[in-house]
Design a binder for this molecule. Sequence first.
Ligand SMILES: [Zn+2]
Length: 392
Amino acid sequence: MLRRVSIVAVLLVALTCLGSVASADPQSIPNGPWIQPEQEVRKDALTSNEELGKKLRQIEARSKGRLTVEVVGQSATGWPIYLAKFGKPAPGKLGVLIQTQIHGGEPLGTEAALQLIKELAQSGHPQVKEILDRLTIWIIPRLNMDGAAFERDGKLVQRRWNTQRWNPSEWGLPADTPAPWYYRADQDPPGFDINRDFHPDLNFRLSPQSAHLLPGTSTTPGFFVTPEARTSAAVFQRLRPDVFIDLHHRGTNTQSAEDNQMTTLQVVGEVTKGLPEYPLDPEVHKRSLQLNAYVYEVLTKRGQSPFTGITRYPDVELPGTALGSYALNGAAIMLYEVRSAGQKSMGMLIEQMLVGLRATLLGLANGEVFATDPALYYQIPPAGPRIDNPRS
Ligand SMILES: [Zn+2]
């Protein structure tokens, strides 16, 4: 069953997932992605939190034992957080952790993940068998349940942050202790950007001994104050994955100042250079470059839109992101970030995610990913100028 909720054009949020990018003169593309002001985007096809659990249980029941679904944690407001498991950690098998919607307003990764879970659970295709034979794949479909279900005036609007007040007493700290820098007290209700709340020490907990680190900055680790980030880290520690893939949306960019084609996908394999206490393993770094380069190569070889509009995310230093902290814990990482878009592009963007994920899993299973030249990563074109909505 699909949820019948209509909302205003929230998918046009001009938020970037990891950091700011240079802005340029606004451009206007006739018949571009822009939603008319009077046009309402319907989220009919999106899965609600209630439906997410039901769909996962249905797929599990029909999977003949391939898929196990677990509730691994709860959001700040009490929504269950799900984990879809294909296999157990085992010697000789590559561990792959895929996570979606850490930013609640970026829903399409969850939709793609649901389709992927269904395929892995039910398909008889030999490539699916090959993938499941070689990989242990765990998927957290929708980490930020609060942001995904966020409503205003009875309408589903979704938002980037979770729904959680800064509560210093939870950590044995005085009431006037400053909140982590990624707390948004100006939101109603306030919340945290979960994707800044990670720490390379996956067991880090805020305490009077570590409170002097507050509020921190974007280039220092987070504090694991959100139950969502702690849930993700606990899953990571169980699987100890070789590969971590994080699915996001971003604003719209063009390919370059000369090429007005829209960037449909950005990838990144470098999110932190490492910290003195938590260095980045050069081998892990190399594998991150190979992973992203492989996907770039595979998708661009398809040669037709939308798979040619791929660029590299701008350089960032964000050890407090899931990607950053997990890279410092031995996982090759890939940010997979599709363009935010109106209704008419949603199906295309979900399909693009699916094509990329299928190719990635197959390339990991057959060894092609880690046979890729890592230098190819730097041939992925950097992001071009950002497009602003000419109608806003
Ligand atoms: Zn994001």
